[in-house]
Design a protein around this ligand. Sequence first.
Ligand code: PLP
Length: 351
Amino acid sequence: MTMRVDLRSDTVTRPTTVMRRAMAEAEVGDDVFGDDPTVRLLEEETAAFLGKEAALFVPSGTMGNQVSVAAHTERGDEAICESTSHIFLYEGGGPALLSGVQLHPLAGDRGLISLEQLRGAIRAADVHFPVSRLLCLENTHNRAGGRVLPVADVEALTAEAAIHGLRTHLDGARIWNAAVASGIPEARWVSSFDSVQVCFSKGLGAPVGSCVAGPRDWVDRARHYRKRFGGGMRQAGIIAAGALHALRHHRERLAEDHARARRMAAALAGLPGFAVDPAETETNIVVARLAPGVADPQRWVEALSVRSVAVVRFGPAALRMVTHLDIDDDALDFAVRAVREVAAELGRAQD
Ligand SMILES: Cc1ncc(COP(=O)(O)O)c(C=O)c1O
């Protein structure tokens, strides 16, 4: 069989044979009536694992973030976030559309905003201003190349938000990666937030699904919004079983993804055309920054695709490569060879 290596995202994984079996055999019921036992088990196990009172299964990370914004806010409120966060860049203006909430993006340093920025962004009580209601952070930070935001900074930000009466939400799509990379458990990473969204369909390798977690009365509100947004699912135990299997069995192996991503970053750092600092690869995302003056990233994407390696363009001068469950050492070696060939072809500055 010819090899094809897909490094576009950690969402591209296919369920393993054992995961498929768990899904096929899952006990199910109608979850909108609250009687799907597998969904309930996933929600209970996730809440307990994260140290939160309750959790709610949702179809996607985006819906998880959106029901969270809705359940924390009223129309006309403002939510402070970082300007390269997923919730600001990649959720279709959801907070404005679905919740009537204005996002207030702050330009961070590799995904992290400062206390001074946060203080400066919180509105005084004044009829002219929106109400600053919510702070959203993201960890690990996708656009910052899977960076683990330092726990002390995160906790200082959530504490400051609380002093000013703001609620706090964590987009923890890849909180598992932060925990495995730092050795700090997920429950600690999320403890200072009122709510968190976690994805099972990224590094953990489940085909579908996320949970939001927080206080029980807040989760009840989120459940109402999930239904309003069209995310009430019926025999959802089939997909919840995949998520449960992923949570129980695929967490610790993330260390392998991180090691392979570091190996890719180290290989890139020595190649013509790349301006990569391997120290910036902390988890499973490699941002392969291109040196000034070399070919457009789209040409690199195409040249790699011809060599059966799929990557995505990441902004005006970079590519993104993500390691995951379906990338073993052979696949990584194959990708490194392809990148070397393409660097030899496109890595010199264009005239
Ligand atoms: C940080 C982050 N949050 C949220 C999401 C949204 O997840 P989904 O694609 O399941 O809607 C993603 C997706 O890549 C993400 O990277």
